[in-house]
Design a protein around this ligand. Structure first.
Ligand SMILES: [Zn+2]
Length: 321
């Protein structure tokens, strides 16, 4: 009876052959499982185009049944190689959110350096020891034990050693030190040529233009893929504005753009800034279904691919008639 059908915005990161690859430790969706998931989504939902999904979220387009939208973060080459052809084959459209610094400057995102350092087969305990050495050598920092008390704790599926490496390199250490340290560990354990690694890892402008021309939406994921809620309003605005150079390179207008918060991080200033720039829709990592017409268009919740089959044991929601 309900006329208020919800919209599930599905969030993807890595989608690739993982088990048989050089990086079996990378957390992502197996390409073959993506096929299974698309089968499930097409059978269960109306898979909306980005345009229709945004109209529905605005309350301008009634939904006749439960619907979903597919979104892909970080501009991985995976999306061009493994996702794009599958969507084309099924005539589905998604939104892709590449950070400008990865797509244009071929910079490794900090978060990806950490992923591959941990997936490279190095012992996380050993990595933690190397981090402690750097902490001891850095003037003005507390002793490693102080950091360990706060950050060496198992969380979710990760062991305490893994969490320690992640937190120290993501935010616990001063930014300059953690960047240098991540670069050093990446060079030692993954590749001495971060530039060509990034070239293989991320879509380039030609890939993105091809996807855009095929009807997919390219949104902004910021320029440098930073935690916006830790920056002042001017720096936030500068990062978002800087991301528009990717739209220019692709040949897209900057108006009516969509945005995806790196790390799901934003605050009131980010919202004001996006509103002033006339952003039409911005996506968070708040794990909920979206309610068309009621959620703010700049705080659209999303559900991780993991909560849907085949990974999830059962359909996350009762099927609605
Ligand atoms: Zn991201």
């Amino acid at each position: 009876m309900s006329s208020h059908h919800q919209l599930d915005v599905v969030m993807y990161h890595f989608v690739r052959p993982i088990e048989q690859s050089r990086w079996p430790g990378i957390k992502g969706l197996e390409a073959s499982a993506f096929d299974t998931q698309l089968d499930y989504l097409e059978a269960t939902y109306d898979v909306l185009t980005p345009k229709d999904a945004i109209a529905a979220l605005r309350g301008d387009r009634p939904l006749s049944r439960r619907s979903c939208l597919l979104t892909f973060d970080d501009g991985y080459k995976d999306h061009f190689t493994h996702v794009f052809p599958r969507l084309q084959e099924r005539n589905l459209k998604g939104i892709f959110f590449p950070p400008a610094c990865a797509a244009l400057d071929r910079h490794m995102l900090d978060v990806n350096k950490i992923h591959f350092i941990l997936a490279g087969g190095s012992d996380p305990k050993q990595l933690g020891n190397l981090i402690d050495e750097a902490v001891r050598a850095h003037p003005g920092l507390p002793a490693p034990d102080t950091f360990r008390d706060e950050h060496h704790h198992a969380f979710g599926y990760d062991t305490a050693d893994v969490i320690y490496v992640k937190r120290m390199l993501q935010h616990a250490l001063p930014s300059k030190l953690r960047r240098t340290l991540a670069d050093d560990l990446f060079a030692q354990t993954v590749s001495s040529d971060a530039g060509s690694f990034a070239d293989d890892l991320y879509c380039n402008v030609d890939d993105l233009r091809e996807m855009h021309e095929a009807g997919h939406m390219i949104g902004s994921h910021g320029n440098a893929h930073v935690w916006l809620d830790r920056m002042n309003a001017d720096d936030q605005r500068a990062d978002i504005f800087n991301s528009f150079r990717l739209f220019d390179a692709i040949g897209m207008p900057n108006s009516n753009f969509t945005f995806c918060y790196p790390y799901g991080s934003y605050n009131q200033e980010t919202l004001s800034c996006l509103e002033a720039m006339c952003c039409v829709a911005a996506f968070t990592t708040k794990p909920e279904s979206a309610t068309p017409g009621s959620d703010g268009l700049l705080e659209i919740p999303r559900l991780d691919t993991n909560v849907f089959p085949p990974r999830a044991q059962a359909a996350p929601f009762a099927m609605t008639a």
